[in-house]
Design a protein around this ligand. Structure first.
Ligand code: TEU
Ligand code: CA
Length: 565
């Protein structure tokens, strides 16, 4: 095959800085803390580090509300410390990707402070301002959209008597990408980060930046707090025009060494192709959300049982949809993830975080990393960290969880305990407890009091104990990452799902030329008879997660990767 881009055999590690490593005892992770843990990242073998936002921010949404795109928030350090971290990573052969949050800024960004100061301020049109709309209850919001983090996507600004749009919190006003000045300012900022040596961007809700400028009402489901405006901002009318313009203005001429990944909630497979087709020069890859939406909904925090066939078929559809065309031409590229700072811990959600923690963590890691795409490892995933325990609503820190609770209990009269139960399973806070480096009281994360409590299971689940444990999750991730680097069939082989309807067997092949790999996983706590293994009797075991690894019976949570003889 034509030489595939470097990131087709790379593994990306996501750091959520405030929960990774604290160097100065204030209980909040920081850049110096990250620098102190680079040996771990190098030993793990990852190629790219994606930092969740470290820019100046009032931290309403833990940094996804940015007030200065070109300075480091003092809680994390400063630009000199950033440059030192970047130099360390480059010296060790690793790349650094920044989190680009440009669908919205913080309400404390100077751009918004100017824009909101008067209706004729030159920056008024940098955001979405609209007059109140007449309604039966008197003048109100310009449309009925509910926001992800509040009951309405509009907040009235008393100074000018107009509303401004925020798809997320009122502290996160949406930028108006229809305004060329906004786009130019963002592109200039991006170029300056690349000139500083940054190796790419993860682009926050990047498919939200183009809206239907008439901002029409969305459908109002019975019992919903507000209308669903997503049809009018999800991959809107000019999204591909904007991304192609961004590519020309920022990446052209230097994109070979860079990596870009768009976070695109709600994206369809058809749009996914348009975003990632190399011929279109938009993004290298995207995060899609189909597979992590199967066990929740219709509300964001309504837990549903997971159907394994539905999950297998969803991931297979994306493998096929963004896989090579019949003539071998690359049509797109998948990111591969089951964890990030917005999702609960995968071993608690999809595995068994009690009796079979290591086995189910390594099974899911193997299934994910043997798909075709770029795998993302979220901090702590490599040691099998689990969801934490929440006793009451004030154990939660995430504004999305707190708003959901308030809305459900206070606005809609839901049973507090039932809402807590949903939040325990699905809250983003599960992913934001401090990384558990060792078994001591604060898990080696801080010498002070952590901003969020360390998971009580740090005495059993931590890097020190994981390193040499039998069936070590850490050692397994090391082997998977090395396999991605060395094995062309893992990197580029065609994917084919087998036994699609089987309720607990996860089986698929990867084929490149005459080379064939089989992956079989028993996604259950019971032994599983796998007749298809009879036809792979002479195959060599490449990676397994349980002793033995032969015969046609898979032990509970056993996974095997076999190479055809
Ligand atoms: O998340 C986008 C998003 O859709 C989130 O609402 C996420 O899917 C949801 O919270 C899952 O429960 C991005 C960032 O990853 C997230 O941390 C930010 O809060 C959000 O955008 C606003 O910037
Ligand atoms: Ca700190």
């Amino acid at each position: 095959r034509a030489t595939a881009p470097w990131w087709t055999s790379a593994v990306v590690y996501q750091i959520y800085p405030r929960s990774f490593a604290d160097s100065n005892g204030d209980g909040i992770g920081d850049l110096a803390g990250i620098r102190s843990r680079l040996d771990h990242l190098e030993e793990l073998g990852v190629d790219v580090i994606w930092l969740s936002p470290i820019y100046r921010s009032p931290q309403f949404d833990n940094g996804y509300d940015i007030s200065d795109y070109e300075d480091i928030d003092p809680v994390f350090g400063d630009l000199a410390g950033f440059d030192a971290l970047l130099a360390d990573l480059h010296r060790r052969g690793m790349k650094l990707v920044m989190d680009l949050v440009v669908n919205h800024t913080s309400h404390l960004h100077p751009w918004f402070i100017e824009s909101s100061s008067s209706t004729d301020n030159p920056k008024r049109d940098w955001y979405w301002w609209r007059s109140p709309r007449a309604g039966e209850g008197g003048p109100g919001a310009p449309n009925n959209w509910r926001s992800f983090f509040a009951s309405s996507s509009w907040t009235l600004d008393e100074t000018t008597g107009e509303y401004y749009l925020h798809l997320f919190a009122p502290q996160q006003p949406d930028l108006n990408w229809e305004n060329r000045e906004v786009r130019e300012a963002v592109y200039a900022m991006m170029r300056r980060w690349l000139d500083r040596g940054v190796d790419g961007f993860r682009m926050d809700v990047i498919n939200f930046i183009s809206k239907d400028t008439s901002l029409p009402d969305g459908p109002l489901e019975p019992g919903a707090v507000g209308g669903d405006g997503s049809a009018f901002y999800l991959s809107g009318p000019r999204i591909h025009e904007f991304l192609q313009e961004m590519h020309r203005e920022v990446f052209a001429g230097r994109d070979a060494e860079l990596i870009t990944v768009g976070e695109t909630p709600g994206v369809t497979l058809e749009d996914g192709r348009l975003f990632t087709d190399p011929a279109r020069a938009e993004l290298d890859m995207i995060f899609q959300f189909e597979h992590v939406s199967l066990d929740r909904g219709p509300g964001r925090y309504e837990k549903r049982a997971l159907s394994l066939p539905a999950l297998k078929q969803s991931l297979a559809r994306w493998q096929d949809g963004l896989g090579p065309a019949d003539d071998g031409r690359e049509r797109g590229w998948n990111s591969l993830y089951l964890n990030n700072h917005d999702q609960p811990r995968l071993v608690s959600r999809y595995g068994d975080d009690g009796r079979f923690r290591r086995e189910s963590a390594t099974l899911w890691a193997t299934i994910l990393h043997l798909h075709r795409g770029t795998p993302y490892v979220y901090q702590g995933e490599e040691i099998g960290m689990t969801n934490t325990t929440f006793t009451a609503i004030d154990d939660f820190a995430d504004l999305e969880a707190l708003n959901h609770y308030r809305e459900q209990v206070e606005l809609l009269g839901a049973d507090p305990e039932a809402v807590l139960e949903d939040l325990r399973a699905l809250s983003r806070d599960n992913a934001r407890t401090p990384v558990q480096w060792d078994p001591t009281e604060q898990a080696g994360f801080t010498t002070g009091t952590p901003w969020m409590a360390v998971n009580p299971n740090r005495s059993e689940v931590n890097l020190v104990d994981e390193r040499d444990a039998p069936g070590s999750v850490f050692r397994h991730y090391q082997r998977l990452i090395r396999l991605r680097h060395e094995d062309e069939t893992v990197r580029l082989g065609d994917f084919e799902l087998l036994e699609a309807a089987h309720p607990t067997l996860y089986a698929f092949t990867r084929t490149l030329g005459g080379d064939r790999l089989l992956v079989v996983g028993n996604v259950s706590g019971e032994p599983l008879e796998v007749p298809l293994l009879e036809r792979w009797g002479d195959a060599a075991l490449i990676i397994g997660n349980r002793d033995g690894g032969t015969g046609t019976t898979l032990q509970p949570w056993e996974v095997r990767v076999l190479r055809a003889g």
